[in-house]
Design a protein. Structure first.
Length: 91
């Protein structure tokens, strides 16, 4: 069986490039890890999550990539779907 690599393990990159630490461990990276792992736990594809959250597929890939921060309302839409509830209250 083919070994699946851990896409969330960034230690080897930071070890060789310390300047990447903030990008790989900042808020966007943390949110990206949460979105990715929760989406997998719910057996959702990126497309399904995008459709349910009413955002573009590119928004989900950007969010999971964790290298760019999204707006708070965009994160709210995604987390509302992933948690099945309203996270931050009404918009």
């Amino acid at each position: 069986m083919k070994k699946v690599r851990n896409l969330l393990d960034t230690s080897r990159y930071v070890e060789n490039h310390p300047e990447l630490y903030e990008m790989l461990h900042g808020p966007a990276a943390t949110y990206g890890e949460l979105i990715y792992s929760r989406r997998l736990a719910l057996n959702l594809t990126q497309s399904e999550l995008a459709e349910k959250a009413k955002v573009d597929l590119k928004t989900i890939t950007t969010a999971e990539g964790g290298t760019e921060e999204l707006g708070i309302h965009t994160y709210k839409k995604i987390f509302d779907v992933l948690l099945g509830k309203t996270v931050l209250g009404p918009e």
